[in-house]
Design a protein around this ligand. Structure first.
Ligand SMILES: [Zn+2]
Ligand SMILES: [Zn+2]
Length: 435
């Protein structure tokens, strides 16, 4: 099937912004092959089996395709996730989990809806193709058409996976499973107007493009990779986990427009939230970045989240987040309610322990924050004249300790012992006007 110049006869050009899997599938179909068959030809001996081509196209595959299609290697690499190595993806481990780039696949009964689409963009294409940027989970909206992306076939709910095309597939706008023409998807335009602007999503795209971004509007300028790591950590807290609901409520008190985010289910695989829910949760997350880290601190305080809750796994957390939380939350965020602090103090009282800072810390197992105000100063515990060793009050701790040991050795209580000691000193004096 090769031409004399070593090229394949049909070589669709790569459309601007097209994803590798979309182009690869069009290349296969135009040559009368399924993507799976082409994969075996382009990479002899290999099976495509479940492989997410945008994420993990092997070097050899790209090199062979470059040779057979005349498209240069750099363009091919640029159509895969490699485009974002260093800005969104840290390191080069192909198998590492990439936050913000969930898989697009369907295996057994597990579907992963990592490929979004805009039906209006597809409808406007001469040759419909899928965009690589549609795979970014921090975007949910087509900037051109102002519509909410879809991430599944509206008829059969299958995820969108270009490489699953079969020989009957005519365009990339067709559902691989049921054949539905995705261009006929009704748009969510009216819906979306009711929900929140997406200015922040555009800012994220700009951050990805520039390779750096600001935390908040004017916050510290940081590397894009760190920015997206921070965003990911915050998004995870908002989207799932035990604080997600309180955190959403706290943010919505500041910005009631986002109230629709409160009932969104907490989903452990947070990147799998469908676009509408993800959009809302991202908007909530973005509120936390404002005036960095002021809003985060405020919301965390309201939600009863401690700095320890945020910094559970420091080694894998971006420095920008760790340092901000450590610096601004050196005091714990957890607030004890009046009832809680009353309960703690009365518990100590019942056990005959004075509610000092130390005692309260030991009781609650953590820094006690505002509870500290409720604590009694520990000097009360050693109130002058009110305890066993009162005669040693005001004497330095090391001397007191020595005096106690000496009294014990002499078999005396401390009171008489001190008195004797004083008498002994006085007895050595000769100034008669004192004696
Ligand atoms: Zn569009
Ligand atoms: Zn379908």
């Amino acid at each position: 099937m090769l031409l004399s110049n070593g090229l394949w006869p049909y070589r669709p050009r790569m459309e601007p912004g097209e994803s590798f899997s979309s182009w690869f599938s069009r290349l296969a179909l135009s040559n009368g092959l399924t993507p799976r068959e082409l994969f075996r030809i382009a990479l002899p001996g290999a099976q495509m089996y479940r492989c997410d081509l945008d994420r993990a196209a092997p070097d050899v595959l790209l090199a062979n395709l470059a040779e057979r299609t005349g498209i240069n290697m750099t363009s091919l690499e640029h159509s895969t996730f490699r485009r974002w190595h260093g800005s969104l993806i840290g390191g080069t481990v192909e198998n590492a989990k990439h936050p913000w780039l969930p898989a697009a696949s369907c295996y057994a009964r597990t579907q992963s809806h990592g490929q979004q689409y805009c039906s209006e963009c597809l409808a406007g294409d001469d040759i419909p193709f899928l965009r690589l940027e549609w795979r970014l989970a921090f975007t949910t909206t087509c900037r051109e058409h102002k519509t909410l992306f879809r991430d599944r076939c509206p008829r059969c709910a299958a995820s969108i996976v270009a490489a699953y095309a079969s020989l009957g597939t005519r365009t990339m706008a067709e559902c691989w499973k049921c054949g539905f023409d995705l261009r006929l998807t009704t748009s969510d335009k009216d819906n979306i107007r009711q929900i929140i602007p997406d200015e922040h999503e555009q800012r994220y795209m700009q951050t990805l493009k520039d390779g750096w971004g600001l935390l908040g509007r004017s916050g510290p300028r940081i590397h894009a990779f760190l920015f997206f790591s921070v965003l990911w950590q915050l998004f995870r807290m908002v989207a799932a986990g035990r604080f997600s609901r309180q955190l959403r409520i706290a943010v919505c008190e500041q910005n009631p427009e986002l109230a629709a985010a409160i009932p969104a289910p907490a989903m452990k695989q947070v990147e799998r939230h469908p676009p509408a829910a993800r959009r809302l949760l991202l908007a909530v997350t973005d509120e936390l970045l404002k005036e960095w880290p002021k809003q985060l601190v405020l919301a965390a305080e309201k939600a009863g989240i401690t700095s320890g809750d945020i910094l559970k796994d420091r080694r894998n957390q971006p420095f920008a987040l760790v340092s901000a939380v450590e610096k601004h939350l050196s005091k714990p965020l957890r607030i004890y309610s009046v009832q809680e602090s009353d309960a703690a103090i009365s518990l100590l009282a019942r056990n005959g322990i004075l509610p000092t800072v130390k005692a309260l810390r030991e009781l609650t197992g953590r820094k006690i924050g505002r509870l500290e105000n409720a604590a009694q100063p520990s000097s009360l515990r050693l109130a002058y004249g009110k305890h066993r060793y009162w005669k040693l009050d005001g004497i330095s701790p090391s001397i007191r300790a020595k005096a106690k040991r000496a009294a014990i050795r002499d078999g005396e209580n401390i009171g008489p012992w001190v008195e004797k000691a004083i008498i002994a000193i006085l007895a050595q004096r000769s100034d008669s006007d004192i004696l």
